[in-house]
Write a protein that binds this ligand. Structure first.
Ligand SMILES: C[S@@+](CC[C@H](N)C(=O)[O-])C[C@H]1O[C@@H](n2cnc3c(N)ncnc32)[C@H](O)[C@@H]1O
Length: 451
């Protein structure tokens, strides 16, 4: 496959993601699973697409230095120039002449000779002069925002909630390529046997650091394997796997998963329960509950009962104290998964985080009475925002004296997780994306008094 096909594919994907507001992860999966590109070329397309979306603020600044902000460029020309800048600034081993020749050849057949000449001129000037000096940008807030390609409000929020150093580390982690992790389906196979089986299908893995069911993918496409079709694995971030440790459901229990689709955690709970007992899996959207049913069928799980409904109405249907364990994996701002879904950086606002915190609180209030005395309630999100995480649980506890922090929470995790503890005497962890290469993820566990 010719090199230019890689850039063409990357450009088409970037255009469809930015024009149609498509999710980068889904668009990449759809396009690359149908593509005839080699594994190496697919990896390069993925790197370029994520990189250009992640580094958008920096690349916009570089572009304005060479193409002038007054000139209105067609979207495809802007993206073509930015993907060329990206290769020079962030990737090794791509020769300058290849960057220019390929961009000019794409411009020639997508546009006309005038545009090709313009692209050629901008890129040659950029290669001659180098990128503009970002350290000279003022004021400092704007400089950091452009350097780390992260909106100022987000850097400010993380700085206020942690400190400046942590804020910048979170932002930088959001500019890296995400790892793929898989979970061995313990109903069917051990982690070690899965690693051997996948190796035969061209997928190289290494053991996960935090979960004994986890494998980290080093090379290859696990979703395209026969092992996947046979239900031997689930693709899931390693941080999310810790939720099953936190909830620790036993075979025979009754479990409620209040916000369950697409069912990654529901299936994990069922595997831990050895497919014995009952899990009620709710989600607001009918279409999304079907994803849970499909995952359960593929994985050989039969104890999940799905229902499309608002979890805030569950008490009326299932009754007080009807579950041993309740999981609320709440809808959230997703600030922990920015490296997988860079569009979150550009689309979410501070007002969204406030709106979500109020929805989360209402679902938590509604789910709590469903926990039986002595049972546990686990609340989790894939975000890094105290208002949606620990602040919410602290407030909940201050208003509900029938719940308390779960005392043996940390004994269920590997020792390194102690470093993610949010405050002494609580049972809450916040994983930050620069710590273990996982998503940013929050888990809190509350126990209901026995009466
Ligand atoms: C973070 S996702 C859940 C991910 C899922 N637990 C997993 O591991 O695959 C949150 C889900 O909550 C659903 N949701 C949002 N508001 C809800 C509500 N009021 N009741 C039930 N589900 C809701 C959304 O449709 C979304 O699928």
């Amino acid at each position: 496959m010719k090199r230019s096909s890689v850039r063409e594919t990357a450009l088409d994907l970037l255009l469809s993601i930015t024009k149609n507001h498509a999710y980068s992860q889904l668009a990449l999966n759809d396009t690359l699973s149908e593509s005839s590109l080699s594994a190496r070329d697919r990896a390069l397309v993925t790197t370029i697409v994520y990189g250009v979306l992640q580094r958008r603020l920096t690349l916009d600044y570089v572009l304005s230095a060479f193409a002038g902000s007054e000139r209105r460029l067609d979207e495809w020309v802007r993206l073509l120039l930015q993907l060329s800048f990206y290769q020079k600034l962030y990737l090794d081993r791509i020769p300058d002449h290849a960057i220019v020749n390929e961009a000019v050849s794409i411009a020639n057949h997508r546009g006309h000779r005038g545009i090709a000449g313009f692209v050629n001129g901008v890129l040659r000037q950029f290669l001659r002069k180098g990128a503009p000096d970002l350290s000279a940008i003022l004021p400092e807030g704007r400089r950091l925002s452009i350097q780390y390609s992260t909106p100022e409000w987000l850097l400010d929020m993380w700085k206020e909630q942690w400190d400046i150093e942590t804020s910048l580390k979170i932002a930088e982690a959001g500019n890296l390529a995400p790892h793929t992790f898989i979970r061995a389906n313990r109903l069917k196979i051990s982690r070690q046997a899965l690693a051997q089986r996948l190796a035969k299908e061209g997928v190289r893995t290494s053991p996960g650091e935090l979960s004994h069911e986890c494998l980290r993918v080093e090379e290859g496409q696990p979703a395209a394997t026969e092992a996947y079709k046979e239900g031997l694995l689930t693709i899931q971030d390693e941080s999310s796997m810790l939720v099953a440790d936190a909830l620790a459901p036993a075979p025979g229990m009754a479990v409620l998963d209040a916000c369950a689709a697409p069912g990654g955690k529901t299936a994990h709970l069922a595997e831990r329960m050895e497919n014995s007992g009952k899990i009620v899996a709710l989600d607001l959207h009918e279409q999304r509950t079907k994803l849970i049913d499909a995952a359960a069928a593929r994985l050989g799980i039969s104890i999940i009962e799905t229902r499309a409904m608002d979890a805030r109405n569950a008490l009326g249907i299932y009754g007080k104290a009807s579950f041993d364990r309740v999981l609320l994996d709440a809808p959230c701002s997703g600030l922990g998964v920015i490296r997988r879904k860079p569009e979150i950086k550009w689309e979410k606002t501070f007002a969204d985080t406030e709106r979500l915190a109020s929805i989360q609180q209402s679902i938590l209030e509604a789910a709590a009475p469903l926990v039986r005395p002595g049972g546990w309630l686990v609340y989790s999100t894939c975000t890094i925002n105290r208002a949606e995480n620990d602040d919410l649980l602290n407030r909940f506890l201050s208003e509900h004296d029938d719940f308390y922090w779960e005392p043996v929470f940390f004994s269920r995790f590997p020792a390194v997780i102690q470093n993610c503890r949010l405050a002494p005497h609580t049972s809450m962890v916040q994983l930050l994306p620069f710590q273990f290469g996982t998503d940013g993820f929050f888990i809190g566990c509350l126990k209901k008094k026995k009466k």
